[in-house]
Every structure is written in C-alpha cells, then in structure tokens.
Write a protein that binds this ligand. Structure first.
Ligand code: AMP
Ligand code: MG
Length: 352
C-alpha cells in the first residue's frame, strides 16, 4: 500500500479543506489516517467500525487486548458513546477539555469490542489541536486512535516518525508539524465511584487534585507491577518507548549524576554509549555523544523532546544510553513514567 503524506498549511484554508475531505473519505471507507494532536501523532480509524479498527492493531503490531482511545471533536458526541457521566467527570471535562486528558467511562453498545479491547469501558478524548479537531469533524464519526508508532517503540511527535514506523502500512499521514506536549494524554478512569489516575501526562496529578481531591493513583503509574498483577489501563503493562540500546536512568543531585555517568562511560568504553542530558549538564560529560533533552528549569521542554531523543538513540546506533533522572512531582511524574519504561525500570538512585 502506498502511504499518502499531506501537509496542512494553516495559511491556506482551501488546501486544508481539501486535505480533510480526502482524509475523511479514507476513514469513511474503512482506512487508516495518522494525524497530529497536541500530545503525540495518533493512528486513526472509524471508532464505530470494528473491521477498520482491527487494521490499527495489524499496522502497529499491537496486542489486541490493549484498547484504543476514541477521539471526539465536540462534547455533544459523548452521550451516544458512553453511559453514566458522573458529576466529577463533568467537572474534569469542564476544566480540561478540549486538551490532553482522556477519561474512561462505561461504554454503550455502539462501541465495538475492537475499540474497547473487549472491556466494558471506553476511553474518550477531546483533543485541543486544531488540525485534529478539523480532521475528526470532517470524518463525522469518533476516531479510534492509539499513538501512531510501531508497538513498543517511542511514540511519534512528528510526521517523519510516523513515516519511519508505518510507511506502506497505512493509507495516509496528515503532517501538522511537531506536537506541542510530546507525551501521551493523562488517563483518568471515571467509570467508578472515585476517579483513578491510570497514566500520568501533561495534565498533572496536582492539577487533577484541584478538581477531584479524592483521586487515587493506579500502582502502575509509579513503578513496575509484580508478576500476575494487572494494571487498569491494559497498555501500561507492555514494554514501551524502547530504543534498541540498553537504557539506564541515573538520578540524584545534578553534580552526583554527572559524576556517576562519567564513571559509567569509562566502565562501558568498549560500547557505543550516549548520554541524554539537560542544558544544565550538557558540558560536563567526557563524551561527544550527548543529546540535550531540554532544560530542568522548564520540564515541558523535556516532555516535548523525550520521544524524539529516544528515537535519536537508534538513529545514532547507541548500544548503551545513560539518561538523567528527574524528581517525580508535577510533570516529572509523567516524564519519569515514560523514562522508566524505556529503561525497563533500570534506575540508579544516588541519593538513597
Ligand atoms: P496509546 O494511545 O497508544 O497510548 O494507547 C491508549 C492507552 O489508553 C493504552 O495505554 C490503553 O491501555 C489505555 N486505554 C484505552 N482504553 C482504556 C480503557 N477502557 N480502560 C483503561 N485504559 C484504557
Ligand atoms: Mg502508544
């Protein structure tokens, strides 16, 4: 299959209209379109068409028990898809929609099992990104979309990442530039009595607590589950975001971190090593293979570049990667959640 790549141009509404019309035709005939959102690129199909949704799992190599998020472009679409919208769900929607928050509700029968991964709940998001909204609106149906990467690889934050992973396997890519936040959406389960954070993201736990003070946190958010334990967001049990290199996180004060990584570089000098560093530390390493992920002063820069840097590790062919760790508060919770998975939970704590 040839993958068509169409680039949106927000100075040219005529062109954009033609792009969305063409993309909607693909979706409405059961095809797959990758599209930008403010979090990462999504791989979309008609969420109400089980046969179309199945193709997403095939293209990504995604396990079939890992459900997708259904994306809407108007809050009015919600009622047809879900049962029981609780008062706290309403409050969260009012505070954070449209935006990088996914809510899990009890589903109505219209949602096929392929979209919900066989669960009786469904995850719904109303993205803020203008291109995403225009695309969904043009399709006229909710769009089921996981991240548009090969399963297990870092999520795509640029159209070129999608092309690298999925070229020839999907019908179309809408290129809308790079994603603003760069981490997948925060997921909160609002299907029970108390809301529960299933996956941290750019809407932080601190922000959620202001609206829902009794929110709980699923164990999988902080660390690895024991054998046999099941996370509430099925996707959280899979290895993720992994570059080909072996990745280790080193966490402690900035000075200790740099010193420890330098001694690890010496120890591993027979291997091709890389360091994922920050603006504050980049000049302290005894190697040229330093990738700067962002500045500690603005963690949102780190979130936005994280997946791009993990992909770069493969591009440069690093065998071993040392990455600096961050405190697990505010956006740091989501950043560390993704890094820990990329590192297979290999972490050296220097201040313990
Ligand atoms: P992705 O967009 O690729 O990150 O994949 C969607 C994520 O949403 C996965 O981690 C899923 O496990 C999670 N998810 C989707 N639907 C549900 C649901 N009904 N309940 C809990 N988690 C869900
Ligand atoms: Mg994903």
């Amino acid at each position: 299959m040839e993958t068509k790549i169409l680039t949106v141009d927000n100075t040219d509404p005529q062109l954009n209209k033609a792009i969305f019309t063409e993309a909607a035709k693909v979706i409405n005939t059961g095809g797959l379109v990758a599209f930008p959102t403010e979090t990462v690129y999504g791989l979309g199909a008609n969420a109400l068409d089980g046969t179309a949704v199945k193709k997403i799992y095939e293209a990504k190599g995604r396990p079939s028990d890992n459900p997708l998020i259904a994306h809407i472009s108007d809050i009015k679409q919600l009622d047809a898809l879900v049962k029981d919208i609780s008062p706290v769900a309403q409050k969260l929607m009012k505070a954070f929609w449209p935006g990088p928050l996914t809510l899990v509700f009890m589903k109505k029968d219209i949602i096929p099992k392929e979209t919900s991964g066989g669960l009786d709940t469904v995850a719904i998001r109303f993205p803020e990104n203008r291109t995403a909204q225009q695309f969904i609106t043009a399709c006229g149906v909710p769009i089921a979309a996981p991240s548009a990467n090969t399963s297990g690889k870092p999520s795509p934050t640029r159209a070129s990442h999608v092309e690298f992973d999925l070229n020839g396997k999907i019908d179309m890519i809408i290129d809308g530039g790079s994603c603003e936040f760069g981490l997948e959406s925060t997921i909160v389960d609002v299907s029970g009595d108390t809301p529960c954070l299933l996956r941290p993201g750019s809407i932080t736990l601190e922000m959620l607590k202001e609206i829902a003070p009794d929110i709980t946190v699923d164990k999988v958010v902080l660390g690895r589950l024991n054998d046999g334990e099941r996370p509430k967001a099925p996707g959280m049990k899979y290895t993720h975001y992994s570059p080909d290199a072996s990745v280790t996180i080193i966490r402690g004060s900035v000075e200790k971190t740099v010193a420890e990584i330098n001694s690890l570089l010496e120890e591993h000098k027979a291997e091709k090593c890389g360091v994922i560093a920050t603006e504050e530390t980049k000049d302290g390493y005894n190697t040229k293979n330093v990738l700067v992920i962002g500045t500690r002063k603005h963690p949102e820069t780190i979130a936005a570049n994280l997946f791009k840097m993990l992909r770069k590790c493969d591009f440069y062919g690093y065998e071993t990667v040392f990455v600096e760790g961050f405190p697990e508060s505010e956006l740091g919770l989501a950043i560390m959640n993704r890094l820990k998975k990329a590192a297979g939970y290999s972490i050296i704590e220097l201040d313990k």
